[in-house]
Design a protein around this ligand. Sequence first.
Ligand SMILES: Nc1ncnc2c1ncn2[C@@H]1O[C@H](COP(=O)(O)OP(=O)(O)OP(=O)(O)O)[C@@H](O)[C@H]1O
Ligand SMILES: [Mg+2]
Length: 233
Amino acid sequence: MKPTETPLLQLRDIRRRFMLGETAIDALHGISLDIHAGEFLAVWGPSGSGKSTLMNLIGLIDAPTSGEIQFDGQHTRRLDDDALTEFRGRQIGFVFQSFNLVPVLSALENVMLPLQIRGISEHEARARAAAVLMDVGLAKFGLSYPDKLSGGQRQRVAIARALVVAPKLVIADEPTANLDSENSRIIVDLMREMNRARGVTFVFTTHDPRLLEHVDRKILLRDGHIESDEVMQ
Ligand SMILES: Nc1ncnc2c1ncn2[C@@H]1O[C@H](COP(=O)(O)OP(=O)(O)OP(=O)(O)O)[C@@H](O)[C@H]1O
Ligand SMILES: [Mg+2]
């Protein structure tokens, strides 16, 4: 990592307050953080510590109450909703706890979907989706529907779908929460492999400290603060 390189993400004094009627809930209190291109980073911490809130802000799904987020040097506050949607579609892939595959589409069609939404021809989308499915080890399962796949296989399809648009960043909020420990390990190893092979930055959250062994960096959140930010050697 060159010291002069602009971070992929720069968060400066990020606060996020939710209002529940008259009650204010401060989910994040002044988070400042740089994430560099190519990092493989886990955010961990107890339930309610603000992990999902932070993921939604980093993924530009939600906006901070105050503070500044720059993505690749771009001030995200200056983008209107349409520009933000377009920006997110090109730059960021998402993986969810509950996989979020479309049940009436095959594995291959699920992976093709983000390309087709962007107007890429069916022929090209099919070829690109098949190549990514192969990379995640599911070449033989392209025609299978989600209900015929195991949880671990579904999450691999979801990772392929996140990667197919060649984003700079993949955000995964608790990607292993619905998986057993063996599949959890397989999914983290796969994300690690994709991070190395493609240079894609990954940020994922987890409750499980056993999954932190292979990360470059782990950020512990507690009560909306960064309690520690450790870079592994
Ligand atoms: N939309 C919302 N409206 C009100 N409060 C919210 C909202 N989203 C999050 N919160 C509150 O913000 C705090 C942080 O929640 P968040 O979901 O970010 O935690 P988390 O670390 O992801 O927890 P978990 O491990 O259970 O997923 C919690 O107190 C939560 O109740
Ligand atoms: Mg959460």
